[in-house]
Ligand binder design. Sequence first.
Ligand SMILES: NC(=O)c1ccc[n+]([C@@H]2O[C@H](COP(=O)([O-])OP(=O)(O)OC[C@H]3O[C@@H](n4cnc5c(N)ncnc54)[C@H](OP(=O)(O)O)[C@@H]3O)[C@@H](O)[C@H]2O)c1
Length: 313
Amino acid sequence: MPTIALTGASGFIGQAIANRFCKAGLKVRGLVRTSRKIPPFEHPNFTRIEGSLDKIESLHQLLEGCTGLVHSAGTIRGLKKNDFWPTNVQGIDNLLHVCLAQSHPPRIVHLSSLAAREPSLSPYAWSKREGELLIERNAGPLHWTIIRPPAVYGPNDKALLPLFKLGKKGIGLRLGSPASKFSLIHVHDLTDVILRSLEVDGIHSATFEVDDGFLNGYSWESVFRVINPHMKIHLAVPGKFLWFMGKSNEILSRVFRYSPLFTTGKVAELTHTNWVCNSSDVRQKLGWTPQIPLEEGLRHLFASDSLMVAKKN
Ligand SMILES: NC(=O)c1ccc[n+]([C@@H]2O[C@H](COP(=O)([O-])OP(=O)(O)OC[C@H]3O[C@@H](n4cnc5c(N)ncnc54)[C@H](OP(=O)(O)O)[C@@H]3O)[C@@H](O)[C@H]2O)c1
């Protein structure tokens, strides 16, 4: 049974990858930081490796004898480039060194982001592009695939769910310009394309944008129509107000010393008008097609969310 190393195994996407891969009969060795007391995921095929991207010893433990590496660890919160660099850039450098030291180096699938297409927008976007560049320049003989997902939704996601839930209640909150167009992908489709990247032979180096197959991208209005066709209230949050909120959060984060998600950088990403993927390349080269349209993905998401709420009560 092939063994796949997985970083970010405690994260939203990492847990979905571990789940999908174990169910597909693969062994998964998941890197989990020691601060995580609760096991991210339990399955007979899953082995937890305690460590982090800056602990080289743990990366050797993670990668020894693995046929593939899925790199899903990433920093998504922070203020400046230095907050993102240690994980999103230096972390990749460390992984490449350890991969190259293996007698049979693993195939690499790196989870970048569509944000890497616009590195000047934010420190996060910059760090994701720098991480890609490191792989492009330093991977040498390693076989690698970079996946650039747009916004990902699904069970355990905390970023999009509040907006979707608000929409379900009849309130559509449009963030940024009415001209904005974006792609989406359900986390199950994302795990599928990652698995496919490890399986398909003959690809030495490739960068793929992936989406749910919705042509020319969604507008906020088209997403709200799917969530709730009878939506009564449409609130447009102007870019300047979003920027003010981002700036305020940055100041608060400095005072109370936390890592902010919502910053002026995030606002620049949110208000960028073109986050539409072109997934023709991945479909052609990997023979992959997404399976979950937004209607179906949201139906499952709302069902699993109400199940979680019921369990908590
Ligand atoms: N979610 C999206 O919509 C989306 C879209 C495009 C791209 N992506 C990319 O997909 C990847 C996963 O995102 P996600 O949504 O799953 O994020 P997440 O839920 O925040 O998970 C991030 C994971 O990375 C781990 N991590 C962070 N720094 C680490 C370090 N120094 N050493 C080891 N592990 C570390 C975290 O561990 P802890 O649990 O210990 O914090 C966590 O397991 C990221 O690279 C992100 O840039 C996400």
